[in-house]
Design a protein around this ligand. Sequence first.
Ligand code: HEM
Ligand code: HEM
Length: 124
Amino acid sequence: MNTLSRSCWIASALYLTIGMGLGIYMGIAQDHTLAPAHAHLNLVGGVLLALFGSYYALAGSGVRRLGVIQVVCANLGVVTLAPGIALAVQGQGEGLAIVGSLLALASMLLFLTVVATQPRPVSA
Ligand code: HEM
Ligand code: HEM
């Protein structure tokens, strides 16, 4: 495991912990208004960061610089998209959700670039 993959997995577990907490809160409160924020925190945050962490664990240090930029961008996307969706579904503006969407999209394009330009085959 390298530092980049470890940071992805820590972030993933953190997002899933908060996302599950929100899910439990919604269940107890019987108010599912924030379900889209919960869904995207768990999926764009928890699931995608785990995916990135797995890739970087396999890829090793060959993708370091672009990989760090990609992971920073992905985390900025999560911390703006999930609260942005929460604000949007409560009618408090869509600006943050739009910023988060663009950051999430940018991080995925960067990931595509990282994977497609990987200089050598990924080895376990
Ligand atoms: C402690 C764990 C969790 C609890 C208590 C929980 C609870 C909930 C609740 C109450 C809803 C709203 C359901 C509705 O309005 O129909 C919901 C929706 C959702 N949850 Fe969770 N959840 C948990 C974990 C997760 C995880 C780990 C993921 C994904 C990795 C996830 C993905 C989703 C998705 C995608 C929806 C939206 C479903 C839809 O709109 O049809 N949840 N969850
Ligand atoms: C740029 C990133 C993304 C944006 C802007 C976005 C936006 C949206 C929107 C507007 C909805 C409809 C919500 C509603 O009807 O209340 C939705 C639903 C959903 N999205 Fe995303 N999405 C993004 C990324 C993703 C990703 C990467 C995943 C999975 C890994 C995902 C999984 C889902 C699921 C499961 C639903 C249905 C659950 C729900 O209604 O809350 N989304 N998304």
